[in-house]
Design a protein around this ligand. Structure first.
Ligand SMILES: [Zn+2]
Length: 376
């Protein structure tokens, strides 16, 4: 018998929650941060290394994979888990967001989105039905509804029209997803920064019924204050007994603020992408390893960190390999950043379970306010 998809809440502290999502491919401890494996790889990392940082689940991008190497090819090769050598849970997005942000020559209709590939200009059509088919071919454990997300700021009429289209697409996504034991389909709440529209969207999704719910349409340039403004009320509109996922977030302080407001899952390219550009995230804020102050510094990036970059290498070395354009620079910086993010999530989970989240958050902000260690 297939293990059912299940969410178990273990403890709450204020609005924050900690628990476990059970899937046939393993458990996901929440709040969870999902590293992004856009093109069937978390760039510069081996899957075992990603797992060693503490990640329980990865995110894959439907838009990128449908264009290259194509979902059909991945299915023929045994599915995405086998293809990329990651046997734990994978969540795939629907492709909707990236079609709107990356593809050329888009045409949006009630049916779906027709677009040309940013890779080779070839013509494609994404609909709720096609998105469900692609995510099934990939073998995704958590499938996202196909939706449309207008860039903010947008006027309320535009946001309302787009949200209602997404709700019709959510219904079509559910019908096309069908009955797949052990796999989950998440609905996506839209409605911009308008509470009435967020409520209308939450009700529409619950009428359809999903295994989890995402707060969508945020982290699209509205700023942290506006995002927290929406998170002050929108997660509470969604069922308490299902996971709540905030898509595309974010910086460490965004993550902490979202967890405080009742979010269970997040994903972002930031730790891996910024690692490749020489930016490290530490308990004491951001460190730019490109800076000349590090070139004679024998100390680790963060002496309290147990990742391979901090355990075995100096700031001087990390500075040198970045400047020299060496591949190990991306590897070590990405490993450190993913390790830091997962350590932050583990800290949040422990604090919520112990009922001391506010003390943990105060300490988090105090450490960051201190800033990086003094130069030598
Ligand atoms: Zn480290």
């Amino acid at each position: 018998m297939t293990t059912p998809f299940r969410f178990t809440l273990a403890a709450t502290d204020g609005r924050a929650r900690t628990g476990t999502i059970t899937t046939p491919r393993g458990e996901i401890r929440t709040p969870a941060f999902m590293p992004v494996g856009t093109a069937a790889t978390v760039k510069a990392m081996l899957p075992d290394s990603v797992r060693a940082t503490g990640a329980d689940i990865l995110l894959g991008n439907t838009y990128h994979l449908m264009l290259r190497p194509t979902a059909e090819r991945i299915a023929r090769l045994g599915g995405l888990h086998r293809f990329m050598n990651w046997d734990r849970p994978i969540l795939t997005d629907s492709g909707g967001f990236q079609v709107m942000s990356l593809a050329g020559l888009r045409k949006l209709t009630e049916e779906g989105v027709r677009f040309s590939s940013h890779v080779d200009g070839s013509k494609h059509m994404l609909t709720p039905e096609r998105s469900m088919e692609i995510q099934r071919l990939l073998g995704s454990d958590i499938v996202m509804c196909f939706d449309e997300c207008p860039a903010l700021p947008a006027d309320e009429a535009t946001v309302a029209k787009s949200m209602r289209l997404s709700m019709r697409w959510a219904e079509r996504s559910k019908a096309a997803f069908g009955d797949r034991p052990g796999h989950a389909l998440f609905g996506i709440q839209q409605g911009g920064v308008t509470p009435e529209l967020r409520a209308e969207s939450a009700e529409a999704l619950q009428r359809i019924g999903f295994d989890g719910y995402a707060v969508g349409g945020l982290a699209v340039g509205e700023g942290q204050e506006a995002m927290f403004g929406v998170l002050d009320y929108s997660p509470d509109m969604l069922p308490a007994d299902k996971p709540r996922y905030l898509m595309g977030v974010g910086k460490p302080d965004d993550i902490v603020g979202a967890v405080e407001r009742g979010i269970d899952m997040m994903d972002c390219v930031l730790p891996s992408r910024s690692g490749r550009t020489g930016q490290a995230w530490t308990r004491r804020g951001q460190v730019n390893i490109k800076n000349a102050r590090h070139q004679d510094d024998p100390r680790p990036l963060d002496e309290g960190c147990t990742c391979p970059a901090c355990r075995s290498y100096s700031r001087a070395y990390l500075h040198h390999v970045f400047k020299a354009g060496e591949i190990i620079s991306s590897m070590l910086m990405t490993w450190h950043n993913l390790h830091y993010y997962q350590e932050l999530m583990a800290g949040l989970r422990g604090a919520i379970a112990a009922g001391r989240l506010s003390a943990f958050v105060a300490e988090f902000h105090a450490m960051r306010a201190e800033g990086d260690i003094e130069p030598l």
